[in-house]
Design a protein around this ligand. Structure first.
Ligand code: HEC
Ligand code: HEC
Ligand code: HEC
Ligand code: HEC
Ligand code: HEC
Ligand code: HEC
Ligand code: HEC
Length: 678
């Protein structure tokens, strides 16, 4: 099998260099096996005619008339080639490491004992020293290394990296929260440098929080007094208590029905990734979705990897996120099936994968929707959580989108219960509300979830990932395509870039009084002349600047924790550094703008005084019964007050709105200070 992985390059290269009496021996080894193929030697040495090497292996041209040949590489068991070889003139062999350590990654469960053992594979292993090592701060208890370093046993911890109080139901576990220990296996040979391999022991399997789970995939439940009321035929699963949580390992396909102490039901459906039919795209079902997802970078990521876009240095790690399934479990996912097929390495080309693996290669439908049947209606909310994406996108510092977004108040936007209960508030404060899908409202006991990734990202973007009508230079990134002009009539072209996803929730809406208004202020829109009722439009210096107009909001809101390699921008911070591409120094903030707006609102609506400083006015229940001119003056003042950064977004427009309102009330304009110049 391994030959498929390394042959093509060599075969092409050797085709014409062989003469009769020679043959090519191509050696490969599993990536990360610790075997130093590049130092392989042949005995008797006279049999070697030529040697070649590339990143994946080494090849020898050998003479066939020298009797049995022995080829050995440091760290590997030697290979003996008995008979002289006839056609086709090359032979592929895999060099196995001296010690068999079992799978490279295993999921053992929280608070479970496990043992790793190094088993000698050949006599050469006897002449070398072997030692397991675990980091001193590993999340393990009772660590013992015995038998001269050849056995390691310990008990996992497992719950210490979880969120402190997980919401009721299935506990989501991101890539970062599995509580992984990297164990080093070190082989010291009689001569030469020691060789190292790494094994991973994870206490937890990742979980999206969806009640659709693979067979053999352990999940944790939050809630009290769970009992298993019904399980599928043949199941021997029992619940296990782990700290304050309960663990279930679905052991067969079917429905596991649970209830908590209060009688609340939870149905967990289990299936296998390799058994679930993938005809989701049948013409009568989801053909449009299947077609769109089919062309996304995510779905095709493994295909791109094997095509050489990413070097897969640690395939077992990449496969956890570039394919479907949970490595280290028997879930019928990519890594499990790869092991069952005894395929040790990946081929150069996706089409060379066995069919069973091709359907699991990439982030397929089941990677997000789970391997079981379509969920019941009352579980439809769960796929909207960021946890579905955190399964792969939460691996800081390298993949930091989840961590960065988690630092914003948007990730907490529904913490005020009014915003979850009232549909008019849910439009901006919840994911289901922003998608206009009230049927996906989570049950009350779940509590706050914050806005999720899919508030801005459309996984089933019909225009697919590669180029669609996005302004040049923007990566499409599966962003939604809301109608920005419906949300903000008259929006400037700068609103059409990647930050088009921001406009709807940051625009004042069409109600009698404005809601959150940052986008309107930035664009210089939404105000009215109190006396004439005419629209006040512009200035809009940031929305029209020539330097980076297509970035829109992201011209400034694009930074975050510096420790993250990717995704830091998802903190959407606009620190003072963000001004420097255009301004010599960061312009000062102008607190007098918000103060003037607050004073105006307080004067026109005395009932809001005091409260409007702790909550934005749009959260307060008030009705304005004012004259038309005063009502318009109020609208302008609210627009400014609803944008706590109006002085930065558009100082000129904020001032214009306030001055127009002050004038209508017979006041002096807001005091001027020196203008900022880029
Ligand atoms: C990267 C994760 C991801 C992948 C891959 C994915 N989906 Fe989805 N899917 C979602 C999310 C999140 C939602 C809900 C939000 C939305 O509709 O945009 C969803 C919604 C759906 C819905 C609407 C569900 C309902 O309950 O009404 C269907 C149908 C669907 N997906 C089918 C598919 C099919 C078929 C595939 C594979 C061709 C697929 N999805 C691949 C994440 C994914
Ligand atoms: C099974 C792992 C996995 C899951 C689950 C997953 N992703 Fe991804 N995602 C990836 C990988 C791998 C890539 C990198 C694709 C590439 O760069 O070729 C990616 C890329 C992306 C991109 C960039 C696409 C582009 O065109 O540039 C976005 C956006 C994204 N994911 C969002 C999401 C969201 C939102 C969810 C949850 C609904 C999600 N992902 C769930 C693995 C995953
Ligand atoms: C147009 C979108 C939108 C709508 C509709 C909306 N909000 Fe907001 N809300 C925002 C934005 C944006 C912010 C943050 C900006 C700010 O500080 O003003 C915010 C901030 C808040 C805050 C302060 C932060 C917090 O969560 O504690 C509260 C409270 C709030 N909104 C409650 C509500 C209530 C109640 C409703 C329904 C009556 C509602 N919102 C409707 C967009 C909206
Ligand atoms: C508030 C809107 C918003 C939310 C919520 C959001 N994203 Fe994004 N995402 C964007 C925008 C905008 C871009 C394009 C960034 C750019 O062009 O700078 C993007 C780009 C990406 C990319 C492509 C790579 C990159 O950084 O440019 C990935 C991957 C991604 N997002 C993942 C996620 C994940 C995972 C989540 C959930 C934790 C998430 N996003 C939540 C707006 C959002
Ligand atoms: C689905 C609606 C929605 C979308 C889309 C959205 N926002 Fe928000 N945003 C909110 C709400 C609601 C709040 C207020 C959260 C709170 O304080 O409770 C907010 C708050 C913010 C804040 C203040 C964050 C903080 O930590 O105080 C910034 C900055 C922001 N949004 C920028 C953006 C940008 C940039 C985009 C586009 C990439 C965007 N938003 C897209 C709804 C949204
Ligand atoms: C010229 C730079 C710039 C642009 C462009 C910009 N912002 Fe801001 N924004 C800022 C700064 C600076 C702050 C204040 C940040 C702080 O207090 O940390 C801010 C704050 C905010 C806040 C939070 C207010 C608060 O303190 O609660 C929201 C919401 C917001 N911006 C939304 C947007 C949206 C939506 C867009 C695009 C329509 C946008 N911004 C465009 C610079 C910008
Ligand atoms: C992409 C370029 C760009 C960035 C980034 C940028 N600005 Fe500006 N800013 C401009 C331009 C262009 C003007 C208009 C200058 C003029 O008309 O003389 C301007 C003007 C201003 C003004 C005066 C506005 C008025 O109405 O007179 C303020 C205040 C300001 N910027 C603040 C900021 C702050 C604070 C930041 C960083 C958070 C920032 N800007 C980031 C381009 C930018």
């Amino acid at each position: 099998m391994m030959g498929r992985a390394i042959l093509p390059a060599f075969v092409l290269a050797f085709g014409c260099t062989r003469s009769s009496g020679d043959f090519w021996l191509v050696l490969g080894t599993e990536p990360g096996s610790g075997v130093r193929l590049s130092d392989a030697v042949v005995s008797p040495s006279g049999a070697l005619v030529e040697r070649r090497a590339d990143a994946r292996g080494v090849a020898f041209r050998l003479r066939t008339d020298k009797g049995p040949l022995r080829v050995s590489a440091p760290g590997g068991c030697p290979i003996v080639v008995e008979a002289p070889l006839q056609t086709p003139g090359f032979m592929e062999r895999r060099v196995e490491p001296l010690f068999d350590l079992g799978p490279k990654l295993r999921v053992v469960g929280p608070e479970q004992r496990f043992e790793l053992r190094a088993v000698e594979r050949c006599d050469e292993a006897k002449r070398s020293r072997f030692e397991f090592r675990a980091p001193t701060d590993a999340p393990l208890d009772g660590l013992r290394i015995e038998n001269g370093g050849r056995t390691l046993s310990a008990k996992t911890r497992g719950l210490d990296r979880l969120r402190r109080r997980p919401a009721w139901g299935i506990v989501p576990v991101s890539a970062d929260r599995r509580s992984v220990t990297e164990i080093t296996a070190r082989v010291t040979l009689p001569k030469g440098e020691p060789l190292e391999r790494t094994l991973e022991v994870a206490a937890l399997a990742r979980s999206s929080g969806l009640p659709s789970i693979a067979e053999g995939h352990p999940v944790l439940l939050a809630g009290s007094g769970f009992r298993l009321e019904k399980k599928p035929e043949g199941s021997r699963a029992e619940l296990r208590t782990v700290g304050e949580l309960t663990e279930l390992v679905p052991d067969v396909r079917g429905d596991f029905e649970l209830a908590d102490a209060a009688g609340r039901k939870l149905v967990i459906q289990s299936g296998r990734y390799d058994e679930m039919p993938l005809d989701c795209g049948r013409s009568d079902c989801h053909s449009a979705i299947a077609a769109s997802v089919g062309s996304s970078l995510m779905t095709r990521v493994l295909e791109a990897d094997l095509g050489g876009r990413h070097p897969l240095e640690r395939p077992e790690c990449a496969l956890a996120c570039h394919a479907t399934g949970e490595p280290g479990t028997s879930d019928g996912g990519f890594s499990h099936v790869m092991g069952e097929l005894e395929l040790a390495t990946l081929p150069h080309d996706f089409v060379e994968l066995p069919r069973a693996l091709r359907r699991l290669g990439g982030v397929g439908c089941l990677a997000c929707h789970g391997p079981a049947r379509v969920p019941p209606d009352d579980a439809k909310w769960a796929v909207l959580r960021s946890d579905v994406c955190a399964v792969c996108h939460d691996a800081p510092p390298r993949y930091g989108h989840v961590v960065a977004f988690g630092t914003t108040n948007m990730a907490l936007a529904d913490r005020d219960s009014r915003t979850r209960e009232r549909t008019e508030c849910a439009r901006c404060h919840t994911t289901w509300g922003s998608l206009g899908e009230p049927e996906r409202r989570p049950p009350a006991e779940v509590g706050a979830l914050g806005l999720g990734c899919v508030a801005c990202h459309d996984i089933h973007d019909p225009s697919g990932s590669p180029p669609h009508a996005a302004p040049s230079g923007l990566r499409p990134a599966l962003l939604r395509h809301p109608d920005v002009r419906a949300a903000l009539p008259g929006a400037p072209p700068a609103a059409d870039g990647a930050s088009r996803v921001c406009i709807g929730c940051h625009a004042p809406g069409n109600g009698p009084l404005p809601e959150a208004s940052a986008a309107a202020i930035w664009a210089g829109l939404g105000g009215v002349d109190p006396e004439t009722g005419e629209a006040l439009v512009g200035p809009e210096k940031h929305a029209r600047n020539s330097l980076d107009a297509s970035r829109g909001c992201l011209a400034c809101h694009a930074s975050g924790p510096p420790t993250l390699e990717r995704g830091a921008r998802h903190a959407f911070e606009a620190g003072s550094k963000s001004c420097l591409p255009c301004h010599r120094e960061a312009p000062e903030r102008r607190p007098e703008i918000a103060a003037a707006a607050r004073a105006l609102v307080g004067e026109l609506l005395p009932s809001t005084r005091g409260r409007a400083s702790t909550e934005p006015p749009h959260a307060l229940p008030f009705v304005a019964a004012l004259s038309p001119a005063k009502n318009r003056a109020l609208r302008n003042a609210l627009l400014v007050l609803e944008d706590p950064a109006a002085d930065v977004h558009n100082l000129g427009y904020a001032r214009r709105l306030l001055d127009a309102s002050l004038k209508a009330l017979g006041r002096n304009p807001v005091k001027q200070k020196a203008e900022a110049r880029p």
